[in-house]
Design a binder for this molecule. Structure first.
Ligand SMILES: Cc1cc2nc3c(=O)[nH]c(=O)nc-3n(C[C@H](O)[C@H](O)[C@H](O)COP(=O)(O)O)c2cc1C
Length: 188
């Protein structure tokens, strides 16, 4: 994989400043107004046919629902996610009730966009976010029992970062983004 030596060059400071911390300040809470703004940002994301196929389960340390989520964290994520001021479980509306009929072909794609909106809103508010999959999906689904057609996809830990971004963050180059999906043309 080719790497870009200057991954942050020229992009908007909100994007350039975003990173996924693996340490949060346990003393920094996320208040109701902040939670409302984060969800409002997700609400205004674009989606196929304006289907808005996303849903969330939000909990904060000290709330009874927080324990219901924390007990399903994997050991790797429990190390930092339990210190975050807010844990958000993300869900996609994939199917119509309990039928195999798709509610939206783009449910997961659109959820990702809503989460991107939410994480950038967080960044603008001085909060950091780490999305993660390191949890017991089956156990959490059993715990929260989403409605038929809804699937838990990921979690987001949000709060005050208690570390700086790593120095060795890297990304594939822009050239690779444009070339990786394609084979070189046949030479005659
Ligand atoms: C869908 C998704 C799942 C992820 N799962 C995990 C995870 O299980 N554990 C973890 O430590 N980080 C997880 N991450 C965070 C990524 O590792 C991180 O975004 C990536 O290394 C790039 O770092 P950056 O966000 O700081 O640029 C996940 C991110 C996304 C978007």
């Amino acid at each position: 994989m080719r790497r870009d030596p200057e991954p942050l060059g020229g992009i908007h400071p909100l994007l350039a400043g975003r990173f996924s911390p693996s340490r949060f300040d346990p003393a920094a809470g996320v208040d109701d107004d902040s939670l409302g703004l984060l969800l409002e940002a997700a609400r205004w994301a674009p989606s196929a046919g304006n289907s808005q196929p996303w849903g969330f389960f939000a909990s904060r340390p000290g709330e009874p629902d927080h324990g219901r989520v924390v007990r399903h964290l994997a050991p790797s994520s429990a190390r930092w996610a339990r210190d975050a001021g807010l844990l958000v479980v993300t869900l996609a509306h994939r199917h119509v009730d309990d039928t195999p009929l798709l509610y939206s072909e783009f449910a997961d794609y659109d959820l990702g966009q809503a989460v991107a909106h939410l994480t950038l809103q967080a960044q603008a508010m001085g909060l950091a976010a780490r999305q993660f999959r390191a949890f017991d999906l089956e156990g959490l689904t059993e715990e929260l029992r989403p409605n038929p057609g809804w699937a838990i996809v990921s979690m987001i830990a949000l709060g005050q970062a208690a570390e700086e971004p790593a120095k060795d963050r890297d990304r594939r180059s822009v050239t690779d983004l444009l070339s990786a999906p394609w084979s070189p043309p046949d030479t005659p």
